[in-house]
Structures are given as C-alpha cells and as structure tokens.
Design a protein around this ligand. Structure first.
Ligand code: UDX
Length: 444
C-alpha cells in the first residue's frame, strides 16, 4: 500500500509518520522547500513528543520520504491524503478552503489508476462533494473516490492518539474505497479499535460536533468555576463529582483560562457559521464562542485584581505561553489576551515557556523572555501560571518567594493546592476554589 500526504503541517506529518509505522509506504508532499529539506535532514518543523524518533526510524527503514514533487507522489499512491490547513477566513470565521481546493486541483492532474482521495483536514460539511467535483471536472478520466477521514489528534499526545484512538471515522459509501481504508487502518482493526463507517457528510460533521462538544464541556466547567468562587464551592470536587457519572465522564472538565489552540477556536466558529448559513443555528455553540473569547480577556482582570487592583508600573511573571503543555503552538493561546491586557494596564511582563518562546517572540511585543522560571520571577510583583507545563508543578516556593518582590501567585491552571500555598506564605488565587489567607510569617 502506498500513500501520499499533501501538506506536512501538524496533521500531515503526524499521520504520515504513523502510517509508515504501520508498515505503509508514505511520501509526504509540501510546496515549502525549506520544510522538506529540514525534514529530509531529520529536523522537525514542529515540537511534538516522539515525532522526531518516529520519522527518523521510518525514513531510515525506507518507508517514509519527503518531496516537493506532488505529481510523482500522487501518481504512485493508492490513497492521497489532503492534510493542508483550513484556517479561519479573515472577517467571517468560515473555514478557508482555498488550500484544500488547490490541492484537489493538483491531485486531479496527477491521478494514475484508481485512487482514494481522503480529506484529513477539518472541512465543513459538503467539502468532500466539492473536492469530488473539482477532480472530476479537471480530469474526467480519473478513477477515484473522495473519502472523509477526520483526525482527532491532540497536540502533545498526537502519536499516542493516532496509534490508540478511541475510534476511526471513515466517510464514504464506496465499497472499493472502504476496502482501501480498511487496509490502511488494519493494525488498528486488529486492536479492535471501533471504526465508524458512515456517509461523507456525516463524517465531516462528526469532527466538528466532537470538537464543539468538548469546547462546550470546558466552557461549562469554566462557568461553574466562576460560580464556585462566589458560593465558596470547589470546582475540582464538582468536576470529580459529576465526572464519575458515566454519562458525563471526567475528561475535559478541567477549569482554566479558556480553551485555545489550532482547533477548538477555529472549529467552533466555523460550525456556527455553517449552521447559521443553512438556517439551523447552534445557539449553544454561539454562546460558547462568546463566553470563551470574553474569558480569555477577563483573565487579565483577574490577575490585576489579585495584584491589588492596579498593575501600572508593576512587573508580572508569566509562566507558560503556549495554549497547552508539550507543544510550541501559540495559536489562540489565552496568554495572548492575558499578556496584552496586563501590558495595556501598564505592567511589564517577564516570561518563560519551555518550548514556545521562539513562536511567541514573533507575535508578542515588549516581553522580557527569560532562561527559566526562576529568572522570570526575579524582582517581579506577582507570578501567574498560564500553561500547566510539568516544569511549573513543583516550583521551589521558598526560592520563588525570595526572588519575587511580593509572594503573589495567580494560578490559572489550578496546579497548586490553596492550603499549601497559604501555608507557604503565598497570596494565592486560582480558578473556582476558595482562597485561603496566607500564613502570617510572624507566627512561623
Ligand atoms: C483538540 C482535540 O482534543 C482533538 O481531538 C482535535 O483533533 C484537535 O483539537 P488540541 O487542540 O491539541 O486537540 O488540544 P486539547 O487537549 O483538546 O486542548 C484544547 C484547549 O482546551 C487547550 O487550550 C486546553 O488547555 C483546553 N482545555 C482542555 C481546558 O481548558 N480544560 C480541559 O479540561 C481540557
């Protein structure tokens, strides 16, 4: 079995590496010559745990290669995956499908023999039909089927998610295409991974419905956290208390500064637009989008309030700027709104992130980037944790206190215990848990 993957972004590269690990012969195609040279030299354009080793192993075994030549790669392939970006279109929030359609056009001219064209990119309902139309029009002799096969990979654990998924969704009614897809996912079949065969448009919708549901779940617990703060309840216990109900489930009930990343913000918005357009609005998701946007901005106010209501002229340490740990991805990260809000209020920002600083430097101005968490806390008036990197879970609190001008911590990921922080002498604010007054140093 031979596979060509068009687009070596996050999804394309991880899928390509994982398919080659399954024993499939994979060629990854990208127009970006620098990226292809980098990959050929064994260097990764993104940070994802385990990816470099997987690429190296399979490239070495001759099962994984990289090229800028789409025609050759597609000509030899049994299946061609479209894994190009579908960013939010500026202005209206619709998914921008220009890269997908351009790829379809190019694939059309290169198809040789029966080929399954698979959309892996997250695409709105109906895109598969359009891809099919483009290919048929550009190459009326082409023998092909267009299949939807969305990915459910989480950044930071993408390889594990690919190798041991909860399910695989395959959208096509063509038995011939189903056969090819079954062959590709055979190793998962053997692991008894559920495979959902359905229509193409249902498959396209499943991806959006899954992401918007998860974004809704997070937003729900975030609002419950706000309520907890007022009624002196503990959101951790609420999440556990409801999550143990099998109908609800405990995952994605971690309250925080609002969801970010390359998928949830873009996909929630795109689904809202699709639903609006066909006259079947999704009021819940519309509200989720609005609440989450406001929440990210509101987190800056929370930090300011914890600093006595004014940060003008103060220095604030920011620990973690990526939208989640184990990635260098800054897309729609809550840190962007929080840092901007603090700067607008007159604060100076000293920041550290284990992997995200190169990306962050490009898009965040006037931040003092530090070598590590302790340098970042030096002479600051407060520290806020925005991303729950493991590095920040066991800070030396005595050292932190001696570096900070005031022992103030705003933990937007709830990684510390309020009582322990109070005992350590910190004025500690978090999400959805009652504050505990810091221990009086004179009584120690
Ligand atoms: C998501 C989906 O999980 C994945 O299936 C899909 O294919 C792509 O989008 P990803 O964006 O990598 O994956 O990260 P995820 O772990 O889902 O987190 C998204 C955002 O939600 C992050 O900002 C994270 O901090 C936040 N989040 C997640 C919470 O605030 N609370 C939670 O309980 C879980």
């Amino acid at each position: 079995m031979r596979v060509a993957i068009i687009g070596t972004g996050y999804v394309g590269l991880v899928s390509g590496a994982c398919f080659s690990e399954f024993g499939v012969e994979v060629i990854c195609v990208d127009k970006d010559t620098d990226k292809i040279s980098m990959l050929e030299a064994g260097r990764m354009p993104i940070y994802e745990p385990g990816l470099e080793e997987l690429v190296e192993k399979n490239a070495h075994a001759g099962r994984l290669s990289f090229t800028t030549e789409l025609v050759d790669a597609v000509g030899q392939a049994d299946a061609v995956f479209i894994a190009v970006g579908t960013p939010s279109r500026r202005g209206d929030g619709h998914a921008d499908l220009s890269y997908v359609y351009a790829a379809a056009e190019e694939i059309a001219g290169a198809i040789d023999g029966y080929t399954v064209v698979v959309t892996k990119s997250t695409v709105p309902v109906g895109t598969g039909r359009e891809v099919e139309r483009i290919i048929a029009e550009a190459n009326p002799d082409a023998e092909f089927d267009v299949v939807s096969n969305p990915e459910f990979l989480r950044e930071g654990s993408a390889i594990e998610d690919f190798m041991r998924p909860d399910r695989v969704v395959i959208g096509t009614k063509s038995e011939r295409a189903q056969e090819v897809m079954r062959g590709l996912y055979r190793p998962l079949y053997l692991l008894e991974t559920p495979i959902v065969f359905t229509s193409r448009q249902t498959s396209e919708l499943i991806k959006y419905a899954a992401n918007t549901f998860l974004a809704t779940k997070i937003t729900f617990i975030n609002e419950i956290a706000d309520l907890c703060e007022i009624v002196e309840a503990d959101v951790h216990d609420v999440a556990r208390g409801i999550g143990l109900d099998g109908r609800i489930g405990g995952k994605f009930l971690h309250a925080g500064p609002g969801y970010g990343g390359s998928c949830f913000p873009k996909d929630t918005l795109a689904l809202v637009r699709t639903a609006e357009e066909v006259g079947s609005p999704l009021r819940i998701v519309e509200t989720v989008v609005e609440i989450n946007d406001k929440r990210k901005q509101r987190m800056a106010e929370k930090v300011i309030a914890s600093c006595g209501g004014d940060v003008n002229g103060k220095t604030i340490t920011v620990l973690g700027v990526t939208f989640k740990p184990n990635t260098d991805d800054m897309r729609d990260s809550p840190s962007l709104d929080i840092v901007a809000g603090l700067q607008a209020a007159g604060a100076t920002i000293r920041a550290f992130d284990p992997e995200g600083m190169d990306e962050a430097r490009e898009i965040m101005d006037d931040v003092i980037w530090c070598e590590d968490e302790y340098e970042a806390m030096t002479d600051a008036d407060a520290v806020t944790i925005i991303t729950e990197w493991n590095e920040f879970r066991a800070l030396d609190l005595e050292r932190a206190k001696s570096l900070l001008r005031a022992p103030v911590m705003i933990d937007l990921r709830n990684i510390y215990d309020p009582e322990e922080m109070a005992a350590a002498g910190f004025s500690y604010a978090c999400i959805g848990r009652a504050p505990v007054a810091p221990a009086d140093p004179s009584t120690k």
